[in-house]
Ligand binder design. Structure first.
Ligand code: NAD
Length: 333
C-alpha cells in the first residue's frame, strides 16, 4: 500500500517505519526545518528501542510543498494545533479517492479532516503506543516490539475494503489493532484516559509510576473520570469501557505497564512547546458546557497545565536574560 505520513515526529516515524518494514511504500512529510535538515544530512533517521540499538533507517522525506505523489492512505500524526496548517499546505495533493487515518490524541482533529475528506474516507483511532523524539533526526520506540496496542474505527462505522487492508498492514507492522464499532466512543475513551495521566504527570513533571503509586491517585483520577463520564452520558456518547474499567486501566498503565514512562504531553512541556491540554481536558469541559454541566476539575487542571507552561516560559526568559548579562561585552575603542 502507498502511504504518506503527514507529520514525521515521534508517532509518524513509528507508524511509518514499521509500515515500511512490513513492505509498504511510505513517504514522510514534515515541516520542522532542523528535523528535515538532519534527516537529509544523515540520509535517514536514527531509530532506537528503549534507548538502545541506535541504527540508521533510510526514509523518503518531503515537505508539503515538494511532495506530488498520490498515496492510497494519508496518516496524520501532527500535534492538534499544527493540523490546520499541515492540511492547508498539503491540500494540493489530496483527491477524493484517498483515505485519511489518524490516531492523534485529543479531539478537534476530525472536524478539520472533514473539511478536506468525505466521511466515508476518514478512519480514526487511538494508540497506546509510547514514542519519543529525543531531537531532530532521531526517534526512540518505547516498549518491546508488538508491546503497544491501538483501536481503529471508520467515521461512518462501516468498515470497507480499505479499512480492512489498513487493519492488515497495521497488524503486519506489529501495532496490534482492534477494529471497534463506535467511532466517538472509541476516541473519547482515550481522551478521558489522557485527561488524567497526561495532564497530572505533565504538570508535576512525574513519571507515570510515581503518580500511580501516590496514595491520592485513585481520588484524583476518580474525580476527573466521574466528570467526564457524566458529560458523555449527557452527550449520549457510548464509551468503550465503564468507569470501573477505566480506573483499572489507569492503575495498570501507570503502576505496571509503563511506570518509568513520561506521557507524550510531558515531552512537549520539557521542550517548552505548547501542550495539547485544550484538546483533552479543555475539550471535555467545553463539551460539558454544551450540555449545561460545569466540569470544574477539568477546567481547573487545564489552567494548571497552562500555568506550568507559563512558568517554564518565564524561566526560559530569565535564563536568556542571564546569559545575555554574563556574555562578554563588545569592546569599544
Ligand atoms: P511530535 O511532536 O513528535 O511530532 C509532531 C510534529 O511536530 C512533527 O511534524 C514534528 O516534526 C514536529 N516537532 C517535533 N518536535 C518539534 C520541536 N521541538 N519544534 C518544532 N516542531 C517539532 O508529535 P507525536 O508525539 O508524534 O504526536 C502526534 C500525535 O499523536 C499527537 O496528537 C499526540 O498526542 C499523539 N500521540 C503521541 C504518542 C507518543 O507517545 N508520542 C502516543 C499516542 C498518541
Amino acid at each position: 500500500m502507498k502511504f504518506a505520513m503527514i507529520g514525521a515526529g515521534a508517532m509518524g516515524l513509528r507508524y511509518g517505519i514499521l509500515l515500511q518494514e512490513a513492505g509498504n511504500d511510505v513517504t514522510f512529510i514534515d515541516t520542522w526545518q532542523p528535523h528535515i535538515d538532519k534527516i537529509r544530512e544523515q540520509g535517514g533517521v536514527y531509530q532506537m528501542r528503549d534507548h538502545k540499538d541506535r541504527h540508521l533507517v533510510h526514509i523518503k522525506l518531503e515537505t508539503p510543498e515538494s511532495y506530488d505523489g498520490d498515496p492510497d492512505m494519508l496518516i496524520f500524526f501532527t500535534k492538534q494545533m499544527q493540523l490546520a496548517d499541515y492540511l492547508k499546505r498539503c491540500s494540493h495533493f489530496f483527491n477524493d479517492k484517498q483515505y485519511a487515518f489518524t490516531c492523534m490524541n485529543g479531539m478537534g482533529h476530525i472536524e478539520k479532516l472533514q473539511q478536506y475528506f468525505a466521511d466515508d474516507k476518514i478512519i480514526g483511532g487511538t494508540a497506546l503506543i509510547a514514542t519519543v523524539l529525543p531531537g531532530p533526526g532521531e526517534v526512540d520506540f518505547m516498549g518491546k516490539r508488538g508491546a503497544g496496542k491501538m483501536n481503529m474505527c471508520p467515521l461512518n462505522e462501516k468498515p470497507d475494503e480499505m479499512t480492512h487492508r489498513l487493519f492488515d498492514e497495521l497488524q503486519k507492522a506489529g501495532m496490534n489493532p482492534t477494529l471497534t464499532d463506535d467511532f466517538t466512543g472509541t476516541l473519547m475513551t482515550k481522551v478521558i484516559f489522557n485527561s488524567v495521566i497526561n495532564t497530572i504527570c505533565t504538570m508535576f513533571e512525574l513519571p507515570m509510576g510515581e503518580f500511580g503509586n501516590f496514595p491520592g491517585a485513585y481520588e484524583m483520577s476518580r474525580q476527573l473520570i466521574d466528570e467526564a463520564y457524566d458529560i458523555c452520558a449527557r452527550a449520549d456518547i457510548h464509551l468503550v469501557s465503564t468507569r470501573k474499567e477505566e480506573m483499572a486501566a489507569l492503575d495498570r498503565n501507570t503502576r505496571i505497564d509503563m511506570p518509568l514512562h513520561y506521557p507524550s504531553m510531558y515531552q512537549d512541556m520539557i521542550k517548552d512547546r505548547p501542550t495539547e491540554v485544550d484538546y483533552i481536558n479543555g475539550y471535555i469541559a467545553q463539551l460539558g458546557r454544551k450540555y449545561h454541566y460545569e466540569a470544574k476539575t477539568h477546567l481547573f487542571v487545564t489552567q494548571a497545565v497552562h500555568l506550568a507552561e507559563f512558568h517554564r516560559q518565564n524561566l526560559a526568559k530569565q535564563r536568556a536574560n542571564q546569559a545575555e548579562l554574563s556574555a562578554p561585552q563588545a569592546q569599544t575603542a
